[in-house]
Design a protein around this ligand. Structure first.
Ligand code: NAP
Length: 264
């Protein structure tokens, strides 16, 4: 495993750090000796994270309470970083949520919130942070997409579209940053044991769950090596398998699986 401190410098910013994959990223990066700006809405969770890391004696977590659906949030986050005269060397665009249901069943504010958080905030923070990385010729960007970003999912239409956006954005950015000293990787987890399922309205699947820590390990192993990584063998089979089937077959299979999920 590469030395994160040497490769990316001493400061990381992780969005969605109060639970699941973002929390696991924050703990891992702090354990590697980094100062982690941890962004989420639940300040109590971020304080617990900060205290846990402080007790370990390695690294540091600085909580930033912000709702990244708000258009002014990225500005607020960047002000908290520059107020300490620090520059972000590793950006983890992780915060995200999904809502299961027919397009018209999911409240519009929830659907637009998904677009704001899963897409707009990712562009906003990346736009602000990548130029500094390029100037220093050193940096890393991790973007959380999903296996669902490769397979259009009925009853999860907005979510799967936002994750397709993340995938295309990340892959294209990888191409732009190649040779600049800035590593970019887009991560495609499948079912991962976090608070995501309950929040999205998904039931408990029997499929093999991955852990947040496994997703983090996959992401960091791929960063600087390849543009995208699908986490776990079952998810690799799903998303790579889908590439060899006609689009119409993928869409029909996806509809079948989602109908089963919703017990329609
Ligand atoms: N778990 C899975 O099966 C799975 C599969 C594929 C992809 N993913 C992706 O992985 C990423 C992490 O999800 P997870 O599984 O770790 O889910 P999670 O446990 O629900 O964590 C989501 C994080 O995002 C934060 N967040 C939500 N809304 C926010 C907002 N408006 N502003 C700021 N932060 C916000 C949450 O914190 P607060 O509520 O405190 O704000 C939380 O820290 C997401 O992008 C998700 O799409 C997950």
């Amino acid at each position: 495993m590469k030395n994160l401190l040497t490769r990316y410098g001493p400061v990381a910013l992780v969005t969605g750090a109060s639970s699941g994959i973002g929390e696991a990223f924050s703990r891992h990066l702090a354990a590697a000796g980094l100062t982690v700006f941890a962004v989420a809405r639940r300040g109590d969770r971020l304080q617990d994270l900060r205290d846990g890391v402080a007790a370990s004696g390695v690294g540091e977590v600085i909580p930033i309470v912000a709702d990244l659906r708000d258009s002014g949030a990225a500005d607020e986050v960047m002000r908290a970083v520059t107020a300490r005269d620090l520059e972000v060397g590793l950006l983890v665009n992780n915060a995200g949520y999904g809502r299961l249901g027919l397009l018209e069943q999911v409240p519009l504010t929830e659907s637009l919130g998904m677009v704001d958080l899963n897409c707009r905030a990712v562009v906003d923070l990346t736009w602000r942070i990548v130029p500094g990385m390029k100037r220093r010729a050193r940096g890393g960007v991790i973007i959380l997409s999903s296996v669902v970003g490769t397979i259009p999912a009925p009853w999860f239409a907005v979510y799967s579209a936002t994750k397709a956006f993340d995938l295309y954005f990340g892959e294209a950015l990888y191409g732009e940053c190649k040779g600049s000293g800035v590593d970019v990787v887009t991560v495609l987890p499948g079912l991962t044991r976090t608070e995501f399922q309950a929040g999205s309205g998904l039931r408990d699947y029997h499929s093999p769950y991955r852990s947040a820590e496994q997703v983090v390990a996959s992401a960091l192993a791929a960063l600087g090596r390849k543009p995208i990584v699908v986490d776990g063998p079952f998810n690799k089979l799903l998303s790579h398998g889908a590439r060899f089937l006609p689009r119409s077959v993928v869409a029909a299979l996806s509809r079948l699986v989602m109908r089963r999920e919703l017990r329609l």
